[in-house]
Design a protein around this ligand. Structure first.
Ligand SMILES: [Fe+2]
Length: 207
């Protein structure tokens, strides 16, 4: 079961076109939204239609083999934005694990729509999603990030993040300790920072 939770696979053709339209409509009727300056990410809370909710739970159940899963979800848009001080913020997702959760989560990251490519990396493996595809991983148990990318004006990536946990049983035995996760995070963060320095160096050479 552990392997299934940690296995990273791309789900193709996640929703039908009608469901995609329905999902976009419910995101547009948002409950609230806020900007996360550290990631250059606009997050929206909204009410997902039950048929789509059931479909994501169905995917999660069939992949993990765990029944009775609860779901938490959020919509996020990545694009060039302005922060509260009027500074332009470029999206950036540094290596991290989802430490805001107190118990393990199985994660489905669904790409609703984008007009640019920005791969997801999970512990050194790169996954390029197309629209209507999703990647499975464990946000709490696997370090994940996206490579450094300079967004151009008008470029965007719209994502739906789904986090699953079992209602009854518990899978807390799979949760690595914060100490383990933090040392793993540091390992990938060091590689990421070197790449950041190299890309700054390259762009300075071009200017
Ligand atoms: Fe995350």
């Amino acid at each position: 079961m552990l392997n299934r939770i940690l296995s990273n696979r791309i789900i193709p053709n996640v929703l039908t076109q009608d469901e995609v339209d329905q999902l976009k409509g419910s995101v547009a009727n948002s409950l609230n939204n806020f900007f996360v300056p550290g990631y250059g990410q606009s997050v929206t809370n909204f009410a997902m239609p039950k048929n789509i909710l059931d479909k994501f739970i169905y995917y999660a159940t069939s992949i993990t083999g765990i029944s009775g899963l609860e779901i938490e979800y959020q919509f996020a848009r990545y694009q060039l934005s302005k922060d509260a001080h009027g500074n332009i913020v470029n999206p950036k997702l540094t290596p991290h694990y989802d430490d805001r959760f107190s118990s393990p989560r199985f994660t489905i990251d669904y790409q609703i729509e984008s007009n640019t490519s920005w791969p997801l990396e999970v512990e050194g493996k790169s996954f390029s999603l197309k629209d209507n595809q999703a990647l499975t991983f464990s946000g709490t148990n696997q370090i994940h990030w996206r490579p450094i990318k300079q967004f151009l004006p008008g470029e965007y990536v719209d994502m739906l993040f789904c986090h699953f946990y079992p209602k009854d049983s518990n899978i807390s035995d799979i949760l690595k300790s914060d100490r383990d996760m933090n040392s793993l995070k540091k390992y990938f963060l060091d590689i990421y920072k070197n790449e950041d320095m190299a890309s700054n160096y390259r762009s300075n050479m071009i200017e």
